[in-house]
Each structure stands twice: as C-alpha cells, then as structure tokens.
Design a protein. Structure first.
Length: 481
C-alpha cells in the first residue's frame, strides 16, 4: 500500500510518495529525500505524539522514511500525519483501511506533541483531490471542495470520519461607489473604455497632476468581474501572501522595490508582487524611477504571463497574468512631454538621459502609449456611462464571436479574420516598428470595433488605434534622438 502526502512548490502543493522501512539497529527515526529543517523537526513531534497516544516506539529497529522523488528539496507543513500513519500501518499497530485497487492514500496534517491532528494552513491551496486517491486530514477551519476523511488524533486513524466537499464562499464583488460621481474628459474617458474593455497594457506619461493616478485606480474598478477559475486563483495567492483581497487585486509597489520583491525569489522561492497582481492590475507609478534591472526583468513576464524563478536545487514557475499600468514623468521637472512646449529648467541633455531610462524593447511591451497632458478640457463624461459602455462591448464580443478571452490575448490571425481585406491592404502602416506594434494596433482596433458593436474592424477603428499604438510610440522614439 502506498502512502502519499504533499510538499510546497511555489503556490501549489505537489504530491510526494513516502516509503517506510524497518531495519535492525539503534532505534532512531531517519528521514531521507532532501527534507528541510521543518520536516526534520517533525520526527520529534511524531515521537512525542506516538508516546502520548499509547503506541509503541521501536526498541531495536531503525525507522527509515524515504520521500520520493529524492532529488528535489522539500518543504511541507503537513507531512506529520502521513509519516505517523505510515509507521503505524507498517508496524501493524493500527488496522490498514481498505481501499480500491489502484487507489493511493494521501494524508496531510499537522500533529501536535500529544497526538492531536489539525489541517495545515496551506491546505486551502489544494483545489482538488489527486486522481484515484483517498484523502485524509485533520480538523480544518474551512471546508474543502472535495470528499475527504477527517481525524482528530492519531487514534482516529482506526475510525475515520468522511466528509462531503463544500465549495468556499466566493470573493466579494467589486464596488464602484468611490467613482460613481467622477467625470472624465472625452479623451480620458475613451482611453479608460478602450483599456478596460480589452485589458491592454498601458504606459501613461505626462506632467504631474494631470490625473495619471486617478486614471489607474478608476481603470481597476472598471474591469470585469473575475471568472470562477480566476477567483479561485486570486484566493489561493491571497492566502499565500496573507493579504485578504476582495475582487481583482490592485498592486502598486514602491519604485524602490528590488527584483526579488517584484518578481519573486529567495530560498525557497516565494512569489513577488507580479504574482500578487494575478488577474488584477499592477500599477508601477514613477515607472522611470524603478531600477533599470527591475524594469527590464518585466519583459518576459509581460509576454509569457508567468515568471520562472531558479535557485539552487529549486525551479518554480509563478503565475504573472496582470494588466500593467506604467505611469511616469518624462523629465525631473515633471513638465516635459513630446511635442509640448515647456519651459524646463534642466538642460535638454539631462532631460533626454532621464526618459532614456525607458528602453525601446520595454516600451514595445505596452500596447497603448498615451500622454496625460492631452486630457485637458471640460470633464463631462460620467464614470457610470463609461462602465456601462464597457460591459456592453464585452458582452457584444462574447455573443457575436463567442469570445471568452480579452482582446489583449488575441493572436494576429484572430484579429485578421475580423478585418476586411481592403483594410488590411490599404490602411495598415507599411512599416510598423515591430511585430508587437502591428499586433497592438490590431488588438486595440478590435476593441474600438467592440465599443461600437461592429462585427468587423473598419478603417476608422484602425485610425483611432494608430493614435494610441503607433503615433505616440513614434513620438517617444523621436524624442530619444
């Protein structure tokens, strides 16, 4: 009979198999298979628990526990129960429960010094029971969503209480009360609608006090509610980080944050801020003030929507699917913007050296580039009108094309399928700066079409998209020269 349990790997629990062997020798418990300190300490807890529960300890035998696979370092909060049960069943001090052929026992629980069993804090990371398994844990604070056995002490392994799964209460839905009375200028309102509808990464540049921070916070509240799958992922990450999150996360790390803080790392690897922002918004205010290495290290997660952290003996992949909002001034004085006359107190060479902190390849990862100084004008479009327009556009995309994913995730072929051949041949830029610029143009144009409830991308949608994806990108590139 196989006994299995779980070890922590990234934001998931990974199955491990436990082998137990009794060999003649000094009565000592051995753990092999690269356990960390917390697992090694479980031996002392198990010895104490066995004695308090009235079980016999070995007198002239060594007890060897082997954790498989043996080549990976392991950390766990709940191996105690599996190790204790494996020893008791091996020595026939408890009756082995009967299970079907091909099934495995999975046990995961913390054992106290007196033999009481409790469910570990990270048990909630286990969304589903492994296939062909019988799962047993201790007293839990919240219900699991699959059938499982429960024991209060090691003695209860003889008479396990079986419980049906119960789904946890979903996250609270997002509220928009804070912005209900807000008004935006036509350009800012259109930009909010486009960015929130398609969930496009956006870089906002402009003088201080032009509404960049307000834009970022309003954008977060305009996003659609997370799907059940996204909600469970958000809940899982919030449990790991210890931060209670209601709805989509809004993460805004300080510009002094290190690479490890933002991306994740350490030994064992822990998730960073980009993982906390999973299915939410990552706002990098004062983007140019972030360290160069930190900014550049975002290029891969933006493309792949995940972050792989490699450390000695460990390689962990963390999710990093977020909407990135970068905001910044382009000059130390805070007033510079391309094609905007300004009396700057700094030398032009110094100004250029400042906004050159943003490299071309990184800027290319932003589908939309916008300048906040262009938002001047009377604020007359209500927040609630923008919100309604976004929901209508997203519902149109879902009903007309059966599209579940956001426009920011569309492939080039999916965009071209909804674009008439005349538009593709005559209205697209002859030499886009890169493949990413062309794809950004298509995706944003698709969002403009959805906002107008148009099944196809038309010429006016391409022209509007150029003003957000091509023209400002060129202005930024020219300003570097």
């Amino acid at each position: 009979m196989q006994v299995c349990s779980f070890v922590r790997k990234g934001i998931d629990l990974e199955a491990v198999e436990i082998e137990v062997s009794l060999v003649p020798g000094i009565p000592i418990f051995h753990l092999i298979g690269l356990p960390d300190t917390s697992i090694k300490e479980s031996i002392m807890r198990i010895k104490s628990a066995l004695r308090h529960q009235g079980f016999k300890l070995p007198k002239n035998e060594q007890v060897i526990f082997h954790l498989k696979p043996s080549h990976e370092k392991k950390s766990s909060q709940g191996l105690d129960l599996a190790l204790a049960a494996a020893y008791l069943w091996k020595t026939n001090q408890l009756r082995k429960p009967q299970i079907n052929s091909g099934e495995k026992f999975f046990l995961y629980g913390e054992v106290s010094l007196e033999g009481q069993v409790a469910a570990p804090q990270d048990l909630e990371l286990l969304e589903n029971a492994p296939e062909n398994s019988v799962f047993i844990t201790g007293e839990e604070k919240s219900s699991l969503n699959f059938q499982h056995g429960r024991v209060n002490s090691l003695r209860d392994l003889d008479h396990i209480t079986w419980c049906e799964g119960k789904f946890s209460t979903p996250l609270d839905t997002q509220t928009h009360s804070r912005y209900e009375d807000f008004k935006f200028s036509p350009l800012a309102a259109e930009l909010l609608a486009v960015t929130a509808t398609g969930e496009h990464n956006i870089f906002l540049a402009g003088p201080a006090g032009t509404g960049k921070t307000t834009f970022s916070e309003a954008l977060h509240s305009l996003l659609r509610l997370p799907t059940p799958i996204e909600r469970r992922k958000i809940e899982k990450i919030s449990r790991i980080t210890g931060c209670k999150i209601s709805g989509r996360p809004l993460i805004s790390p300080h510009h002094s944050s290190s690479e490890i803080a933002l991306l994740g790392g350490g030994v064992p690897p822990q998730p960073g801020e980009i993982t906390r922002a999973q299915h939410g918004v990552l706002v990098l205010d004062e983007f140019l003030e972030f360290k160069h290495a930190v900014k550049e290290s975002l290029r891969e997660p933006i493309e792949k929507h995940e972050m792989t952290v490699s450390r000695a003996g460990a390689r962990v992949t963390f999710p990093a699917d977020f909407l990135l909002v970068g905001t910044s001034n382009l000059c130390p004085c805070g007033d510079y913007a391309p094609n905007k006359p300004v009396g700057c107190g700094f030398h032009s060479t110094y100004c250029k050296s400042y906004y050159k902190r943003l490299s071309g390849p990184l800027l290319d990862r932003f589908e939309i580039v916008a300048f906040s100084h262009e938002w001047s004008g009377q604020d007359k479009i209500m927040y609630c009108d923008i919100h309604k327009k976004i929901r209508v556009a997203q519902e149109f995309a879902k009903t007309s094309r059966g599209q579940e994913k956001m426009n920011s995730r569309l492939s080039l072929k999916e965009c071209e399928d909804g674009t008439p051949s005349f538009v593709r041949r005559n209205l697209l830029p002859e030499r886009p700066a890169s493949h990413r610029r062309l794809l950004a143009l298509y995706r944003v144009a698709r969002t403009f079409a959805d906002l107008e409830e148009s099944p196809n991308i038309l010429g006016r949608h391409i022209e509007k998209a150029k003003n957000l994806t091509i023209q400002p990108f060129r202005e930024m590139k020219e300003a570097w020269r």
